[in-house]
Design a protein around this ligand. Structure first.
Ligand code: 6PG
Length: 255
């Protein structure tokens, strides 16, 4: 399979704090553009410690007042199949780092109901939430203004892990699946939904990500092994904000 050439920007910054600043500035900019253009901003959030740094930064005095939170609508790119107050919950992490510190109306927060016993039904319920919000007809995909993504050291993103069947999903918006390596169920947006976004921003930090980031960005196209390579916006923009440690094995950052 040939490697698709995707227009993307790789922005290397000094450290995790600068990564969070740069990501917060992008968030503020994109939210402002969307609200000016259409009156609202839709974003699908990611779990993980690197994205959490952004949420904390957005809630800080430096950035909190630069976003019109009453015009922001939150979704999630993936969720662990645990209750919303579980330490593993992406929703709980976001509530603590961001939601409870900014004036976003609670009806603007579209949490994935991943605690449901029937994971597949929960995925279908969330898909309906998205269809209703975006007023979609059959066969149409949502276009989020922004989808935030992290990257695992195995090349996963959202809950799209190496070798799982959901990597090939072409029509559903959200799927539930058992992740062998975690011994746990996850719910995740699918590749076609992510790739419809206007802006996709990866946040990658730390030396442990350097080998996989180099493979994802500069290596052969092997999306089953490196699911992050599947993220190729159809008409939007792809930005990697990475710190110097994570960029340590990159040979070129201009592509
Ligand atoms: C999750 C995320 C996952 C995460 C990466 C990177 O639910 O954990 O969706 O894709 O973003 O594993 O996480 P770190 O930034 O903590 O390395």
């Amino acid at each position: 399979m040939t490697k698709a050439l995707v227009k993307r920007e790789i922005r290397v910054v000094a450290n995790p704090d600068e990564l969070s600043h740069q990501a917060a500035q992008e968030f503020v900019r994109l939210a402002g553009e969307a609200v000016r253009a259409k009156g609202f901003f839709t974003v699908a959030l990611s779990g993980g410690s690197t994205p959490r740094g952004l949420y904390t930064m957005l809630a800080s005095d430096v950035y909190r007042k630069q976003v019109s939170w009453t015009d922001v609508y939150l979704f999630w790119g993936d969720e662990r199949c645990v209750p919303p107050d579980d330490p593993d919950s992406n929703y709980r992490m976001t509530r603590e780092a961001l939601i409870q510190r900014v004036p976003i109306p609670k009806e603007h927060i579209h949490r994935i109901p991943a605690e449901r016993e029937d994971h597949a039904h929960a995925a279908g319920e969330y898909e309906q939430t998205i269809k209703t919000f975006f007023h979609l007809n059959t066969g149409e995909f949502p276009r989020f203004d922004l989808i935030l993504l992290g990257m695992g050291d195995d090349g996963h993103t959202a809950s799209l892990f190496p070798g799982v069947s959901v990597l090939e999903e072409t029509s559903r918006f959200m799927c539930s699946h058992y992740v062998e390596k975690l011994g746990a169920y996850r719910l995740t947006l699918t590749v076609p939904v992510i790739n419809q976004a206007e802006h996709i921003i990866f946040l990658v930090s730390g030396a442990s990500k350097a080998p996989v980031l180099q493979e994802v960005l500069e290596g052969d196209y092997q999306p089953q092994r490196l699911p992050a390579q599947l993220i190729q916006p159809v008409h939007g923009r792809l930005l990697f904000i990475v710190d110097r440690m994570a960029a340590g094995k990159l040979t070129r950052t201009g592509v």
